[in-house]
Write a new protein. Sequence first.
Length: 156
Amino acid sequence: MLKRYSDFENALNIGTPYIWNNFNMYWNMNRIKIAVAEDHDKLRQILIFNLSLDDRFDVIIEAENGQILIDRLKEKTVDVVILDIRMPIMNGEETLIHLKNFYPEIKVVMYSSMGELLTVNKFKELGADSFVSKESDFNLLLDSIIQVHKPHEMKN
């Protein structure tokens, strides 16, 4: 039992880091970890900035092309990749195929200005979990990330 104010203060000081560390761990566990692969630097920075404004997301990898993304995935894990199609060195199609072969648990949202039906269908067949046009409202991208990240409901 705490008898003096200083005992209470000491208990608070001892407990605070523990509580804060557990809060941070819980907070970060519930955020969706995202990688952004986009060759246009300004667009990539805008995406990362806008995603960082939403408490549900944590952008932990940014890459200018698919090869850099693949290299960085060897060091960090993500839940969702936002993937451009047209990129130098390793384009979105090659990157998607690699991701689905070596990281099948990662969800992939294709994010491109190439929104024709044939392109969308092609990437769906290759394993893309969603496709969002760059001309779409940003909230559609956010909704797509949430939707692909949701665990599949178990059927009875």
